[in-house]
Design a protein around this ligand. Structure first.
Ligand SMILES: [Cu+2]
Length: 465
């Protein structure tokens, strides 16, 4: 988590804004008196008065002030200045908008005469839902109606996709051509045994991919896929990650595998910028990495997550090793890659291992009967955990969040032998692995045993021969 707060600056700023607003009103009142405007019709007033300019600024994902009371009969302009670290714009429901403004930039939004209450917001994905909305309320005589009888323009909040989410059969009959290989390459080691330095470039892009059943899913990515690449190393290894933002808005990265002050490496960078994030792996685990730009739930749900695996020192050799990063899919409304309404209600349309629902149900993983299989599991969320289960098998080794729960059937706490486990339970952002064999030839499903989640796509198959 990396969030910025500047409460003192914000308070001081609001006071300045309040004073500016009061001053503006006083000036208008004087203008009215001097020019005898009170005797004129509204159209005469708007024709004779220069537009009134109101100042609005953005800081910490907040517009200030967020309510503007404007005279109903005079043309209104908003002078918008962005003091935030992220880019913002201001779009009115009448359709007028400013360009996307970087830190320190200003632009004028020309609203004309505002005769009924009006809303304006930042159109960067997720920002309006995070609270970046202002109201412009006309006061006094209006051209068409009095403010007491004016009907506010209600926004249509139910702009969800109207179509029904296809079921599993549709995905199986019409699968995506996007496939993420879940096979985990072995950890790299130096012959000298000394720690390695891993140099990695992660480029952020924003695109659409087919996920099957004719569904196109907008995603924000690390390196173009529906899940970021899995990085793997040993304790003591150094990771030098260059993050490049080739997207259209601010993004960032937060490695849970790092142990450092988040301020600089986890900062948001603007389109076209890059940063270098260095860390040394200090503790074993399968650690989440994710974009931590506000609103974080949306950036993660849009696909900005992945895994760093740091091998425990006593990890044994296995025949097959896979990684499954589980996440929710909230199919979009009109103006963002993710349905914010469904996201906030934690009501996903689909679930996925490695970003594509049902992909290992479509293309099962082939293993040999009796061979030893390890599956690393990470619950990327952004909201839900998992209860990972392999139908027909039992785990004799399970490891989660820094320790073995069972190793070769032995309980490390009591030392008792012959134990087994049916699921590995992980909360959001937790990770671990399970080890097992498949006793005879057959098709063994692996699922999130929160069953609706399996039916929604957190399901795959092992084919044992
Ligand atoms: Cu992002």
């Amino acid at each position: 988590m990396n969030m910025e707060t500047q409460p003192h600056q914000k308070r001081a700023f609001n006071l300045t804004q309040a004073l500016a607003t009061v001053t503006a009103f006083t000036m208008v009142a004087i203008l009215f008196l001097l020019t005898g405007s009170l005797n004129k019709t509204p159209s005469e007033i708007s024709a004779t008065h220069p537009p009134m300019v109101f100042e609005i600024s953005a800081r910490n994902m907040t517009f200030s002030p967020n309510v503007l009371k404007v005279p109903a009969s005079v043309a209104v302009k908003i002078s918008f200045t962005n003091h935030d670290t992220m880019a913002h714009d201001l779009v009115a429901e009448t359709g007028v908008k400013t360009p996307l403004l970087k830190t320190g930039e200003s632009a004028i939004l020309d609203l004309g005469v505002v005769s009924a209450p009006l809303k304006a917001w930042c159109s960067v994905a997720g920002h309006r839902q995070a609270g970046m909305e202002i109201q412009i309320i006309p006061e006094g005589d209006t051209l068409n109606s009095s403010p007491h009888t004016a009907t506010p323009h209600h926004q249509n909040h139910s702009n969800e996709t109207a179509w029904k989410i296809p079921g599993m059969q549709a995905f199986l009959q019409n699968p995506s051509n996007v496939y993420v290989d879940p096979v985990l390459p072995p950890v790299k080691v130096q012959t000298s045994g000394r720690p390695l330095t891993h140099r990695v470039t992660l480029t952020v892009t924003e695109k659409k991919i087919p996920i099957g059943a004719d569904v196109m899913r907008p995603i924000w990515t690390f390196n173009g896929g529906p899940v970021g690449p899995t990085l793997r190393g040993k304790i003591g290894d150094k990771f030098i990650v260059t993050l490049k933002n080739a997207g259209s808005m601010a993004h960032s990265i937060d490695f849970h595998a790092s142990f450092l002050a988040p301020d600089k490496p986890m900062r948001s960078i603007q389109p076209g910028e890059e940063l270098v994030y260095e860390f040394t792996a200090q503790r074993a685990g399968i650690w989440l990495y994710h974009c931590s730009t506000t609103p974080m739930s949306m950036h993660i749900a849009a696909g900005m997550y992945g895994a760093v695996i740091v091998d425990p020192e006593d990890l044994t050799a296995v025949d097959y090793e896979y990684v499954m990063v589980q996440s929710e899919v909230y199919l979009p409304s009109e103006d963002s890659p993710v349905s914010v309404e469904k996201l906030q209600a934690v009501r996903p349309d689909l679930m996925a291992f490695n970003g594509v629902p049902y992909q290992y149900r479509v293309k099962p993983l082939e293993v040999t009967v009796g061979s030893r299989v390890r599956v690393w599991i990470l619950a990327a969320g952004p909201n839900l955990g998992t209860s990972f289960h392999v139908v027909g098998s039992q785990f004799d080794s399970t490891w989660a969040e820094g320790r073995y729960l069972l190793k070769d059937g032995i309980d490390p706490v009591t030392g008792t032998h012959g134990n087994g486990s049916q699921t590995l339970a992980l909360s959001a952002a937790q990770g671990g692995f399970v080890e097992f064999t498949l006793p005879e030839s057959g098709s063994y499903a692996f699922v999130d045993h929160s069953m609706v989640r399996a039916e929604q796509g957190a399901v795959g198959l092992f084919h044992a021969k």
